[in-house]
Design a protein around this ligand. Structure first.
Ligand code: ADP
Length: 317
């Protein structure tokens, strides 16, 4: 197990306040529906990943984040600090990022995101990489900032993990500065198209290590010419919010803790599976001891099924 002497993980990315209302249905344009009580949660891909990395316990975790000067900023900062994340805050005159989320009784959702302060994280804001082994980013902050940070990290010998979410096309220059790319199936299709098997698509990203998460099927990684399959753990999911973010944060913490990719994938998949069994986002991210206990007893889905789905197994054409 890692300790304070381990190299750190730095998450540079977004934090939002999520405003969630349950309603009978999503309102149509021009319509008003009455919903239930408002729930306000800390969220945002970057902040979720930072909480997951810190709770994973393998490495000290820092976060570089732009926040406004408002109650939402205090809520998201407190959640990060409580999880053990050391904060490096850029203050913005804008409101802290916010997501306005309506969830219907049929589990549909409609989400409007106001990036707010997240849009003010600038290319020059990464000044301190001392003690950092891994820089982790997502795409909820400006793309020129993500590209600039990746270039700085590469120049200083810091490894870069990019979770290319939300989905968008990326330049070859940015991808060339990335050591580990993590995407879901839709994000992979936006990057490299949907032609060929999952294995074929992974081979087209141009990044040395690419991991695709496949929801309840699990994940598949391509490292150089090799593939590693990580079936999902068997659980009864109730809310998959933050599963992908937890996967990324725990994976990065595993790398900083010195785990090999296959070992880090087991921990990431186990933590992500546990998140789906609990309602909520950051509050549902499990601590290290829960993940250890779960791995010791839980079953994984069939590896051959995953192999076939990815175009790597005997059932693949
Ligand atoms: P995203 O939410 O970013 O689209 P995924 O849905 O692919 O991400 O989920 C990320 C990871 O979470 C998966 O690779 C898997 O390990 C885990 N996971 C997601 N859904 C389930 C599930 N129903 N059962 C077990 N694990 C799951």
């Amino acid at each position: 197990m890692g300790d304070r002497s381990n190299p750190s993980v730095l998450i540079a990315g977004s934090a939002n306040a999520d405003f969630v209302v349950r309603a009978g249905r999503i309102p149509a344009a021009g319509e008003t529906v009455l919903g239930g009580d408002l729930a306000i949660f800390p969220g945002g891909k970057g902040a979720n990943q930072a909480v997951a990395a810190a709770r994973a316990g393998g490495a000290p975790t820092r976060m570089l984040v732009a926040l406004g000067d408002d109650d939402m900023a205090r809520m998201v900062a407190d959640s990060l600090t409580d999880a053990g994340v050391e904060l490096d805050i850029r203050r913005s005159p804008r409101s802290t990022g916010a997501a306005l989320i309506t969830v219907s009784d049929t589990a549909e959702n409609a989400i409007t995101v106001s990036p707010g302060a997240n849009a003010d994280l600038g290319p020059g804001d990464l000044n301190d990489l001392g003690g950092i082994a891994w820089l982790v980013m997502q795409l909820e902050t400006p793309l020129d900032t993500v590209s600039a940070f990746a270039g700085v990290a590469r120049d200083r010998g810091v490894k870069v993990m990019l979770n290319a979410a939300p989905a968008r096309a990326l330049s070859k220059t940015l991808l060339a500065a990335v050591d580990v790319l993590v995407v879901n199936e839709d994000e992979l299709a936006v990057l490299v198209g949907a032609e060929g098997s999952i294995a074929d698509r992974l081979a087209r990203t141009g990044v040395a290590t690419t991991v695709v998460t496949l929801g309840g099927r699990g994940a598949c990684a391509r490292v150089g010419e090799d593939y590693i399959l990580q079936p999902a753990f068997v659980v009864m999911p109730v809310d998959t919010t933050a599963a992908g973010d937890t996967f990324c944060g725990v994976l990065a913490a595993g790398f900083a803790d010195g785990l090999a990719l296959a070992e880090a994938l087991v921990r990431a998949a186990a933590a992500a599976a546990l998140v789906t069994t609990r309602p909520g986002a950051q509050s549902s991210i499990p601590p290290r001891a829960d993940v250890d206990a779960f791995i010791a007893t839980a079953r994984q889905h069939d590896r051959d099924d995953l192999a076939a789905y990815c175009g790597l197994g005997p059932a693949a054409s």
